[in-house]
Design a protein around this ligand. Structure first.
Ligand SMILES: [Zn+2]
Length: 173
C-alpha cells in the first residue's frame, strides 16, 4: 500500500545555496553522519558530506519544522519514494503592473521563469533526509513545478511524498 504525505512550506521558495563550512549533525543520533549504530546516517561519509551556510541551514530548519508539524513522530520511510514539488510565487510589481496581467496570473496556471532554479529547489529536499526517508537514493521519481500563485493562494512550496513499497516485489508475498 502506498502512503501519501502532503505538506506546505510557506514563504518565498528558495534554492539551496552553495555549501560552506557549518557542520550538520545527524538528525537521529545528533552526531557526525556515518555512525554505524544509527539507522539514519550509517551509510553516510562523516562530516565532510554536508557543509551549509546559515541561509541554507535556516531553510532546512524551516522545511523540517513544517514536515514535523504535519507528521509528528514520523519514522523515515524505507524503500521507494516519489516526490512532487510545486513552488508558488506571488507576482511582484514588475509582473503585475497592468490589471489584465495580474488578473491573468491569478486565473491561469502560469510558469514562473525566474530564480531560484528548479534544481536548486529540488536540492532543498536534502532537509528531509533522515526524517521523511533515510537516503536520497530512495527517491526514484521527482518533479518540480514553478508557477505563479492562483487566486488567493499563498506563496510557498507544496511537497507531496509518496511512499510506494509495493513497487518492489517481496519474495513470498
Ligand atoms: Zn545518525
Amino acid at each position: 500500500m502506498s502512503t501519501v504525505i502532503t505538506f506546505f512550506v510557506p514563504g518565498v521558495a528558495e534554492g539551496k545555496a552553495e555549501p560552506d563550512t557549518t557542520r550538520i549533525p545527524c538528525k537521529f543520533c545528533h552526531g557526525a553522519p556515518g555512525n554505524k549504530q544509527c539507522p539514519s546516517c550509517h551509510g553516510m561519509g562523516g562530516w565532510n558530506r554536508k557543509y551549509l551556510n546559515a541561509k541554507s541551514k535556516s531553510l532546512i530548519a524551516h522545511i523540517r519544522s513544517c514536515f514535523e508539524r504535519k507528521c509528528p513522530g514520523h519514522m523515515p520511510f524505507t524503500g521507494p519514494v516519489r516526490v512532487s514539488i510545486v513552488a508558488r510565487f506571488a507576482p511582484n510589481k514588475g509582473d503585475s503592473k497592468t490589471k489584465w496581467l495580474s488578473e491573468h496570473l491569478a486565473m491561469h496556471e502560469t510558469p514562473y521563469v525566474k530564480k531560484p532554479d528548479a534544481d536548486n529547489i529540488h536540492k532543498s529536499l536534502d532537509a528531509l533526509t533522515g526524517i521523511a526517508w533515510h537516503d536520497d537514493a530512495q527517491i526514484f521519481q521527482t518533479s518540480v513545478l514553478k508557477r505563479y500563485c492562483l487566486g488567493n493562494e499563498n506563496p510557498g512550496t507544496e511537497i507531496m511524498i509518496e511512499h510506494c513499497p509495493e513497487l518492489i516485489p517481496q519474495r513470498g508475498v
